[in-house]
Design a protein around this ligand. Structure first.
Ligand SMILES: [Ca+2]
Length: 233
């Protein structure tokens, strides 16, 4: 669209006297270049580094482990990692071969460094554990927090397949703790367990540090069109 606009201006302004053309063309091109510079960085997503984001470490070789250590996450006693098929069923991992599990009101967390004050997008995959040994399942409420702020909440149902979840939130520059937390009480012989895999966070931090307001871009665009209309009349 911008290239069309440049050609439009170049094709139309050449009917005017040479001295004015040169000045007008220079300003139009400079303005268009500024718009392109402002828009381009918005398309660049910057990932926030998350250690062991797919829960592939440690390699559990067909087993599960509560509260594994030597991983970037901190697990409470009722959360851990499963390498299916294991005691937590045979639901296949959607990313790699392992995923995290949370039983009842347990959780896992990790301290992350955010580069700038910005809006960020959290994405992950979530599923519900199949029926357990007692042929009983359990739906599980859970939430995701950044420090003490809830940034996502949902419920998995027994045996529900992995689905993609997403949430947008604001974070200030610095270190914040991301927490996946189960909310459902234990039920006798039931099993309130959900699975989590492929956790990612991305931002749209521009490389030049300047994020123009949409209204600014709109006004600039209207100004260019207005200038073109003025010159043509
Ligand atoms: Ca995985």
């Amino acid at each position: 669209m911008c290239f069309f606009a440049i050609n439009f201006f170049k094709e139309n302004i050449h009917v005017y006297p040479p001295p004015l053309i040169a000045v007008y063309e220079k300003h139009v091109h400079a303005a268009l270049f500024a718009v392109l510079l402002a828009i381009a960085p918005l398309t660049e997503a910057t990932p926030v580094t998350i250690g062991n984001n797919s829960f592939e470490t440690p390699n559990l070789a067909g087993r599960f482990q509560y509260a594994p250590t030597f991983t970037s996450w901190i697990f409470s006693p009722g959360a851990g990692i499963s390498d299916p098929p294991s005691g937590f069923g045979s639901t296949a991992a959607p990313d790699g071969s392992q995923y995290a599990f949370i039983q009842n009101q347990h959780d896992f967390s990790q301290a992350l460094t955010f580069a700038a004050n910005d809006n960020y997008t959290l994405s992950f995959l979530a599923a519900g554990r199949p029926q357990n040994f007692f042929n009983v399942g359990g739906n599980t409420s859970y939430q995701v927090l950044l420090d003490s702020t809830i940034i996502f909440a949902d419920i998995t149902t027994t045996g529900s397949p992995f689905i993609s979840e997403q949430s947008t939130f604001f974070a200030t520059a610095g270190v914040h703790t991301l927490i996946f937390q189960g909310l459902t009480n234990f039920v006798a012989n039931g099993d309130q367990t959900l699975f989590i895999d492929a956790v990612a966070i991305n931002s749209a931090v521009p490389t030049n540090g300047n994020v123009p307001e949409p209204s600014t871009l709109a006004l600039l665009g209207l100004g260019l069109l207005g200038a073109a209309g003025f010159r043509r009349s």
